[in-house]
Design a protein around this ligand. Structure first.
Ligand code: SFD
Ligand code: AMP
Length: 623
């Protein structure tokens, strides 16, 4: 590809991604880099103002601890996360984020994010840990602060990162290409942060036809963090912990405000509330079946049992919840009318702030939430370590809290020297959400500056190796160009596979064998082994991916990344011989929880040999 210019960028600290964690890293790094005389660069495949999971905005900040006001303690938060993940969590990482998250929230407010206030000027809580916001412009506000701190010349937007640049066992930067012009980028750095979000599109979505791009998780995040850290040789954790959000059906509107703020019930089509009628099922999953709140996967599971018994569809009883709140004002017609209007506004804003398509679906189906219930359903699986999932890289904890063996020099550094991870990219520290991801980015940013200033020795770069990497990165364009004339129809060609076809093939095998929607989130050893066999063939065919333009080239790499997330997931579910998170996935051949498996499962991939290594890692408690 002689017409692709190679652009080399030399920096000390490199931030990959432009989402919540990357924006947090940007503000913190800019501060320390100035003091230490370091250069910083940030790379986002999209435009930071509207990139990542917060692109559309959000209606709540889901992690606020209220430490200073004495509302909660760090330990309270760790307990909440540990219970929600059925015991499997890195308490040191969760605590580290919990003690820094409030200051990220205060910064957001200072930068202009409207947080709801009560009559005494306090924050309006959605639930114990969640704050209500007018968040349509949340990402724009957070990105503006990051851009101002970094300086626009140090930001590379619309550059897609394909993979790491290594100096032996050390991460020495990253490579990628512009999605707008024929440029191949080589970023050379001492410290690199993987903050490119989680993964969507690994499993077949419920949506089909023209709606196929619609999913809960943003279509822009396609497993780049997982691939990057795996390919670099970093130890990964919790790769089996996918997230299945229950959402308003078909447009994936959020349920948090309904359950927590409006105190709504969800019932089956017969009007039975599965959280009550199925309560005895929780006894099978002790001790976590009895904690409050009931873990997210178990809430899902009780609902799924109703669906499997043919008691669906499942409904969010919006009209009942609104009616109950307004009933307090029933003796004063004017106040009642005002309250109803207020609740109606809040219901619509919840969707308009973060999932506009759900508001459109309500409008299109003549749904008025104060009059009629809406259907909810379990979505297809996603990989999002920052929400109620946990998959990501195994990173160093903070020196002052981390138990023996959980700290190796720099906060949030992976097991690979010079490679850091935060947000969806770091594992076993669930429930950090937007605010905690920002805080974790700040923690990582500070540690990267420390690393870069203490490891000044130059990395070695082999130009021949870089030329080879460039050739591989751009190969799909060559494959397409050389073969497109061999058939009359460009999308069917024996010499190449288009990225969309490749993605659908991946999604189908994951859906059917690894416990997607079609398989009712159920899988087993034999199904997983079959899936691995098919994944190996898909991997062989990935050399034949074809791209007609830069956009397609990005699509090729997105699905190549997804394929690695898929394999890490399948191998880890297979290794863990139990069902720990029913409602996320169910192993029909190992249908119960086993105390011997109350541990992490970590995996490592060796790029040179293509080998995977899996192991049990004990959970060490801090509290
Ligand atoms: O309630 C490359 N989340 C919510 N958090 C909240 O605090 N409140 C809510 O209301 C939330 N809701 C919610 C949430 C997520 C989603 C998907 C929905 C609704 C629909 C969670 C947060 O959004 C999430 O925790 C954080 O955003 C995680 O931060 P981070 O930085 O790990 O990921 P990101 O923000 O998505 O950013 C990823 C960036 O990477 C870029 N990128 N760049 C270069 N090369 C590549 N190859 C790249 N691949 C990706 C992206 O462009 C982006 O900049 S609620 O409904 O659950
Ligand atoms: P969601 O919209 O489902 O992402 O939820 C937003 C926040 O509310 C997250 O912190 C969830 O864990 C929490 N949440 C949602 N539903 C419930 C529920 N029924 N009980 C307790 N917490 C919930």
């Amino acid at each position: 590809m002689t017409d692709f210019e190679t652009v080399v960028v030399e920096t000390d600290v490199l931030i990959l991604g432009g989402g919540m964690a990357a924006c947090g890293a940007a503000v913190e790094t800019a501060h320390w880099a100035k003091k230490l005389g370091l250069k910083v660069a940030l790379v986002d495949k999209a435009a930071m103002d509207r990139s990542g999971a917060v692109a559309m905005g959000l209606s709540a900040i889901n992690q606020y601890v209220g430490l200073k006001d004495g509302e909660n303690t760090m330990e309270d938060y760790v307990g909440y996360v540990r219970n929600d993940l059925m015991g499997v969590t890195r308490e040191d990482l969760v605590a580290n984020i919990a003690r820094h998250v409030d200051s990220s929230v205060h910064l957001f407010e200072k930068w202009g994010l409207p947080i709801w206030k009560d009559k005494d000027g306090g924050y309006v809580h959605e639930g114990r840990w969640q704050l209500m916001i007018n968040g349509e412009s949340y990402k724009v506000i957070v990105a503006e602060a990051a851009k101002n701190a970094m300086g626009i010349d140090n930001i590379y937007e619309r550059v897609f990162i394909t993979g790491p640049l290594m100096d032996g066992e050390r991460c020495a930067g990253a490579v990628g290409f512009s999605v707008r012009e024929n440029k191949f980028y080589v970023f050379k750095a001492k410290a690199t942060l993987a903050a490119m979000g989680g993964a969507v599109g690994v499993f077949k979505p419920r949506s089909s036809g023209e709606g196929a791009g619609r999913a809960w998780y943003p279509p822009f995040n396609s497993g780049a963090s997982a691939y990057f850290t795996l390919e670099a040789g970093a130890e990964m954790t919790c790769q089996e912990v996918r997230f299945i959000p229950v959402r308003f059906k078909d447009a994936y509107g959020p349920v948090g405000a309904w359950f927590l703020l409006f105190k709504s019930r969800a019932t089956n089509a017969l009007g039975e509330a599965y959280m009550q009628t199925r309560a005895s099922e929780l006894e099978k999953w002790l001790p976590y079946g009895k904690v409050k709140p009931v873990p997210a996967n178990l809430r899902n599971w009780l609902m799924m049992l109703d669906v499997m018994e043919g008691k669906g569809p499942i409904y969010m009883r919006t009209e009942e919840a609104i009616g109950k709140i307004a009933a307090e004002f029933k003796d004063d017609p004017k106040a009642f009318k005002k309250k109803m209007k207020e609740l109606e506004n809040e219901a619509w804003e919840d969707f308009l702030d973060m999932t506009i398509s759900q508001a459109l679906l309500w409008a299109a189906t003549n749904t008025q939430p104060e009059e009629r219930s809406s259907e909810i359903a379990a979505a297809e699986p996603y990989f999002i370590g920052s929400h109620s999932g946990a998959s990501g890289a195994w990173v160093s904890g903070p020196k002052d809290i981390a138990p023996d063996g959980y700290f190796w020099g720099y906060d949030n550094m992976t097991t690979i020297k010079g490679l850091f991870a935060a947000g969806d990219a770091s594992g076993a520290s669930s429930h950090k959400f937007s605010s905690g991801s920002h805080a974790e980015g700040r923690i990582a940013g500070k540690a990267m500056c420390k690393f870069a200033s203490e490891n000044k020795d130059a990395c070695n770069y082999d130009d021949g190796e870089i030329a080879k990497i460039k050739e591989i990165a751009l190969r799909p364009m060559v494959v397409y160009e050389e073969n497109v004339g061999k058939t009359t129809q460009a999308d069917v060609n024996p010499h190449y596979i288009l990225p969309k076809m490749f993605m659908m093939r991946l999604q189908k095998m994951m859906d059917e064998y690894a416990g997607g929607v079609t398989a009712q989130f159920t899988t087993s050893e034999k199904n997983l082994e079959k899936c691995l066999e098919l994944l190996a063939m898909l991997r062989e065919d990935s050399e034949k991916l074809g791209a007609k333009d830069l956009h397609d080239l990005m699509r090729c790499w997105e699905s190549y990344h997804r394929m690695f997330q898929a394999e890490a997931h399948v191998r880890t579910i297979l290794f863990r011989e139990e069902t720990r998170w029913p409602g996320y996935y169910f192993r029909s051949d190992k249908p119960s929880m086993d105390k011997d498996w109350e541990c992490f499962v970590n995996c490592t991939y060796t790029a040179k040999t293509g080998e995977w290594e899996l192991k049990k890692v004990p959970i060490k408690h801090v509290f």
